[in-house]
Ligand binder design. Sequence first.
Ligand SMILES: [Zn+2]
Length: 371
Amino acid sequence: NDPLGYTGSYETIVQIKDFDASERMKVLMDNAQWFEDHMPFMDAHKKKEVVGITYNVVNVAGEAGDASPSTPIGVNLPNSNWIRVVHGSKSVSLGNIVSAYDKASGGGLLSEFAHDDVEVARSESHGALAGKLHTAMHEVIGHASGKLEDGVGEPKQTIKEYSSTLEEGRADLVALYFMLDEKMVELGLMKTLETGKSEYDSYIRNGMMLQLRRLEQGADIEEAHMRNRAWISHWCFERAQESGAIAKVVRDGKTFLDIKDYEALRGLFGELLREVQRIKSQGDYEAAKALVEGYGVKVDQAIHEEVLTRSEALGIAPYGGFINPEMQAMYVEDGMIGDVKLVYPDDFATQMLNYSQSYGFLPLNNDYIAE
Ligand SMILES: [Zn+2]
């Protein structure tokens, strides 16, 4: 959500730390250096010493600005690479938002677009954890990894309009690459690599097909995250189809993607990750442009039409929006708050109108005041 690669928009998230879930994810922070050392990057692009990564799971109490009503599921700051190198970075995963999305998505899309029952069963047993781990790996290990070569400027100066989508894709690739690593089981983050396979199924399904339900027929992909899911999936699919690692199956006029060789797909994620890190580290604008424009913008019209038809029949909205809970102070005596009552309004328009009535402090027109 930052087409120029600058960071000028406003958002607020009021959150409460989830102590138990944060403790479970602490293992990622503790092992950040192991992940950095085992990145498929060129040696010159690895951080010798990963500093100051913190990661917490939080529950959202309210949001405003760019974070509302369509909310992120995780936040990683700062955006500036030099501050990251010197001081480190900080991530939060928005726990109650993630589980709300998960519960709202329903099984309909899964059974419509999954290739077979094995995929459906795998997603039912492992999908929720897979999603959480992907987000955690993306934020904590992904964005924090790698370094620029000496004398190369910030990505927003070197790879310009492609820097946002390239960075989001880089963080996704880090997550995908390690989701099929035994280390995840060893660290107790997942019980079996089936969790990683579930993430591979859903990532390819989404990047190649499902996410297109958010676009109108004929439109290009513009949003940074949607672009990165497209260029990662299409770049890997092109190679995987050739080698037989992924098959495109058409049954009764419906298209499905079937991953035949998960290890081979992992290899492709690693190969692309190494290249994307090189592009960032060296500021290679032409390569960034070729990757994004070649794989992440244009849409296959026939597939798009098919996705819209198949998903419209299920009646599930392509985007989720959130209504903020309202907090009412309960006074025990004058000026003394004894409790806070949480109220859950169920009408979006009423909440928005109420906000503008109660908090619209700025005039509609600013008067010009002559000196
Ligand atoms: Zn990100």
